[in-house]
Design a protein around this ligand. Structure first.
Ligand code: NAP
Length: 506
């Protein structure tokens, strides 16, 4: 009995978050209609579907956090709460008719380029193979939860929850709650836990910079104006984006040239801490000893004051182990707990990059190749020996502070390339090794000026850095430059070929 060859889609997209939806919208614009979006979760929205913990909100101004071509005039606050982001994702999926392309509960195991047919074969858990002329992975940067390597966590007899697996049915009222981690997620969650817990112990390994949050409800009259006169919202977005851009470019990327801009960010956070916490000992514990920007700073007006409440303890002694009853620190002290929350973040450099196994031409395995050579991706999206492949969550792809800047830059890059293929009557496109190396060299050079290389980041334990100590997550250029390059990159940086030729040339 012969197994029928699976249908060949125009493209297979992995991930139904904002990245995957942006990719689908762009492919549609370029005339590709036969798309399939494979999503391991049971609904769309990516981060905003998975994360449901109390206090979840966007951590940059909402005015900048949407597709520019699909503004949302309805954000209720300057920093919109998580459920509104999820509703916005649903709105986009409905308006752009993306839902019918999506398959939920489809766990992708890996993808392989098939030279014979010049197409991608994508293996889905359960044995199914899905084929596409193009493969786009939009699996997110922060999608593989990290469980701490602390002995005994599995022995804990109470409830354990990672923040990405929040369970609203767990009753926290009056309980002894412990939380490990003080990253951006914990900064949002800790004040909410303190409102209900009988006692809260926060286990901090590395303090985080927290700046004041200029938050508040967006008045109805402003929302009305945004809906009726889109120009007003575009202007607000431009202001928000420009502020973030100045912070990023001056304070982080041009650290060596403009150390005062970075110092300013640090001072703002330190003054915020001084205003909110009087106790010098507590303040010292909450003060980072690395440069501002080495790890993502965050905004909150409620985080620091939480530690001044009598039922909240900040524990900075390292954790020795967890047992059935609670946590024991290295000095032998124990704290008994009913609930243990793991706000321990995400595993980028071992479990992500890429999130699935991808094998290209000549058997090149993307994850292996990145680890054995260096992490690289031309313009943060293409990799040599991986034809017709766009990796949206690649080294040097994250541009600016709103993820939508990255998504739209990548949409522009994909659009330009697909138009060029059509013009050349090409079926297969692949970035050249030379272009990839040139881009990598340029990014490496630019990083030399940034806080990551020129600053003091050794104690930050930032996920921006990979296992070789290189900060290859963020693109060290302005977003203006990234946006410009997405529409002007030299087309000669790619090799174009009809399917037949691409197969015989290998
Ligand atoms: P994170 O920044 O990686 O923080 C993880 C925390 O867990 C750190 O404090 C880390 O300490 C601690 N930790 C991990 N393993 C540990 C161990 N074995 N022992 C003790 N402590 C341990 O993760 P996150 O807070 O989830 O935030 C990740 C990113 O998500 C943020 O930077 C932000 O970009 C994004 N985020 C976005 C939003 C939004 O609204 N858009 C909201 C929340 C988060 P060390 O620092 O010492 O490793």
């Amino acid at each position: 009995m012969t197994v029928p060859t699976p249908h060949l889609h125009d493209a297979v997209i992995v991930g139904a978050g904002f990245g995957g939806m942006g990719a689908a919208i762009e492919l549609r614009r370029q005339g590709f209609d036969d798309l399939v979006v494979l999503e391991r979760e049971d609904d769309l929205g990516g981060t905003w579907h998975v994360n449901r913990y109390p206090g979840l909100a966007v951590d940059i101004p909402s005015s900048t956090y949407s597709y520019s071509f699909e503004p949302n005039p309805h954000w209720s606050r300057l920093f919109a709460p998580g459920p509104e982001l999820k509703r916005y994702a649903e709105h986009v999926a409905d308006k752009y008719d993306l839902r019918r392309l999506m398959r939920f509960g489809a766990v992708v195991e890996g993808a392989r380029w098939d030279e014979e047919t010049s197409s991608w074969e994508v293996a889905v858990e359960g044995g199914e193979v899905v084929r596409g002329r193009f493969l786009l992975t939009a699996t997110g940067f922060l999608s593989q939860p990290r469980l701490p390597d602390i002995p005994g966590v599995e022995e804990f007899a109470g409830t354990v929850m990672h923040t990405t697996r929040w369970d609203d049915d767990v009753d926290l009222a009056g309980k002894r709650v412990g939380i490990i981690g003080t990253g951006a997620t914990a900064v949002q969650l800790i004040p909410e836990l303190a409102k209900v817990a009988g006692h809260l112990t926060v286990y901090q390994r590395t303090p985080i910079y927290v700046s004041p949050k200029l938050d508040g409800p967006v008045p109805g009259v402003v929302r009305g104006a945004f809906a009726r006169i889109p120009l007003t919202q575009r202007a607000t977005r431009l202001v928000g984006t420009s502020i973030l851009e100045v912070l990023m470019v001056a304070g982080v990327l041009h650290f060596r040239d403009l150390p005062w801009a970075n110092a300013l960010g640090k001072r703002v956070c330190e003054a915020h801490l001084r205003r909110q916490v009087r106790d010098p000992e507590l303040r010292a514990k909450l003060t980072p000893d690395y440069d501002f920007g080495c790890k993502r700073p965050t905004f909150s007006n409620t985080y620091y004051p939480t530690f001044t409440q009598p039922h909240v303890d900040l524990e900075t002694t390292s954790i020795d182990h967890v047992d059935a009853a609670g946590i024991v620190t290295a000095d032998g002290r124990r704290v008994d707990l009913d609930v243990l929350v793991l706000a321990t973040g995400f595993n980028l450099w071992e479990a992500n990059f890429p999130a699935i196994e991808v094998v290209g031409r000549e058997g090149r395995n993307l994850g292996q190749w990145w680890r054995e050579t260096r992490f690289s991706a031309y313009e943060g999206i293409s990799v040599p020996k991986f034809p017709n492949f766009f990796s949206l969550n690649s080294p040097y792809s994250y541009s600016g502070l709103s993820y939508f800047t990255t998504i739209e830059t990548q949409m522009a890059h994909i659009g330009r390339l697909l138009r060029a293929m059509r013009k050349r009557d090409a079926d297969v496109v692949e970035v050249t090794e030379e272009a990839n190396q040139r881009f990598l060299d340029r990014m490496t050079g630019l990083l030399g000026n940034s806080v990551f290389n020129a600053g003091s980041c050794a104690t930050a334990r930032s996920y921006y850095f990979n296992q070789h100590g290189e900060a290859v997550l963020l693109r060290p250029t302005s977003t203006l430059s990234a946006t410009r390059e997405a529409t002007r990159f030299p087309l000669e940086d790619y090799a174009f070929a009809p399917a037949r030729l691409a197969a015989s040339a290998s």
